[in-house]
Design a binder for this molecule. Structure first.
Ligand SMILES: [Zn+2]
Length: 214
């Protein structure tokens, strides 16, 4: 299968798998999107700098890569929002009525710098969405089974590492819940673990990337 998704998250979305190819490569990406009846020109990407900037995008941003940005938000139903990863956490977000959506690249740096709170804040303040009406889907990423990190993470996130491993999705959930968001879906897949399905930078030092789209 070229992509996976969660049947529980009721908005059109997917994360590509290895067999879809390297989504950083435009030719491979466009070919994959066309194979799923999506128009590559509708896609908006971010250049993903491990920062905390989120940007609201509109029709005129289609087919572009937004600079200095790790999170995209739109109320334009025709746009596709995409995030590249190979271990970091892509999160896909929708208002419960499906009118507003977001895609955010969350590595430990972005998590630490507050990108999750920034994205939720824009949805609440700029789009008047109640946190109770925000649904979040956690895509495949490197999980606590495989993500060995340095002890400095304990101070950064005020946590205790278990066997030296960092649980990004647990921290992510805490941050979402402290923003009032409780509808969180998780596909429960580890990119490092599942070598058949996913690229993993930690495992392979690869340049290939998966693409998560909402
Ligand atoms: Zn794992």
């Amino acid at each position: 299968m070229n992509f996976i998704f969660s049947a529980n998250f009721p908005y059109k979305h997917f994360t590509t798998t290895k067999s879809a190819g390297n989504m950083k490569n435009k030719a491979e990406r466009d070919s994959f999107l066309r194979s799923t009846a999506l128009n590559p020109a509708d896609l908006v990407l971010a250049n993903q700098v491990h920062g905390n900037n989120v940007k609201v995008v509109k029709r005129s941003d289609q087919n572009t890569v937004i600079d200095n940005c790790d999170g995209l938000i739109t109320a334009d139903k025709n746009l596709l929002l995409g995030i590249f990863t190979a271990d970091c956490v892509p999160i896909l977000i929708s208002s419960s009525d499906g009118e507003v959506k977001a895609a955010v690249h969350v590595g430990w740096k972005g998590l630490y710098l507050g990108i999750v709170e920034n994205a939720i804040r824009v949805l609440i303040n700029d789009f008047c969405i109640s946190p109770k009406s925000i649904k979040v889907y956690i895509c495949p990423h490197i999980r606590s089974c495989c993500y060995k990190t340095g002890a400095e993470m304990e101070d950064k996130f005020n946590i205790k590492l278990i066997n030296g491993k960092l649980d990004l999705s647990a921290i992510l959930r805490d941050k979402l819940e402290s923003c009032g968001v409780s509808e969180i879906f998780d596909v429960n897949q580890c990119t490092y673990h599942n070598e058949q399905l996913f690229f993993s930078y930690r495992r392979d030092c690869c340049t290939e990337r998966l693409l998560s789209v909402i």
